[in-house]
Unconditional design. Structure first.
Length: 248
């Protein structure tokens, strides 16, 4: 229960789903934790659920201007940072012909641009050693219809996993990624679908998973814990696919 004892961690998008589950696990493993998010309701709910020992910051993952502010808050709260879990993200599913420039920019802004500039802003306060974990997706690997822009944004994160690994390892910063398959989180409820449509989409996705079910947020959190801990000290630029066999 002390795999992160003495570690200081920031989890973006840490107020619900995978991020919230990871925050709870990190606290249980001895870490000092901060989470960020944008939704006032989930920010308040996270404060209550995680307790007063966890710092909760309002920060928009898509705004470049918000990233130095978040880094400054972390510096003031922790001094140094040992772990960053880049979890904030958005999944918009639509056919190619229905995309416009604004939607494309929003998807890449939240999933790629914001995370890149957050990492840049945090560089001065990363400890040595430190661990960065990026939350990518199985959709970077499979040609699932209606995921063209989402999949491309997650493929960009996997590219950053490799290139930043080569650039930052000399500073003692390891960069790795988790790529979840279908996970039972509030993400799917944000797709703007009716309940009947949501049931049909869920059933269609589940039928493609050899394991026959959706994954649980705790299963991703445990993988992030491994990559964040000293147990993975020799793991650099790697991707853990946690998809129930969807990418086979």
């Amino acid at each position: 229960m002390n795999r992160l004892q003495g570690k200081r961690a920031l989890i973006t998008g840490g107020t619900s789903g995978i991020g919230l589950e990871t925050a709870k696990l990190f606290v249980a493993e001895g870490a000092t934790v901060a989470v960020s998010g944008t939704n006032p309701a989930t920010l308040e709910a996270a404060r209550k659920e995680l307790g007063s020992s966890v710092q909760v910051f309002a920060s928009n993952a898509s705004l470049v201007s918000d990233q130095p502010k978040l880094a400054q808050n972390i510096a003031q709260a922790f001094g140094k940072l040992d772990i960053l879990f880049v979890n904030a993200g958005v999944a918009t599913l639509r056919p190619v012909e229905q995309w416009d420039e604004a939607g494309f920019d929003r998807e890449f802004g939240i999933n790629v641009k914001g995370p890149f500039f957050l990492i840049q802003s945090l560089l001065p306060i990363f400890a040595n050693p430190a661990s960065i974990v990026l939350n990518a997706s199985v959709n970077a690997h499979v040609g699932m219809p209606n995921t063209s822009v989402y999949g491309a944004s997650k493929a960009a994160l996997l590219s950053l996993t490799r290139t930043l690994s080569g650039e930052l390892i000399s500073r003692g910063i390891r960069v790795n990624a988790v790529s979840p398959g279908p996970i039972a989180t509030p993400l799917y409820s944000k797709l703007g679908l009716s309940q009947d449509q949501l049931k049909n989409v869920s059933a269609s996705i589940q039928s493609q998973v050899p394991a026959g079910r959706f994954g649980q947020p705790s299963e991703i959190a445990n993988a992030v814990l491994f990559l964040a801990s000293n147990e993975s000290a020799f793991t650099v630029g790697a991707e853990l696919l946690i998809d129930g066999g969807l990418s086979l």
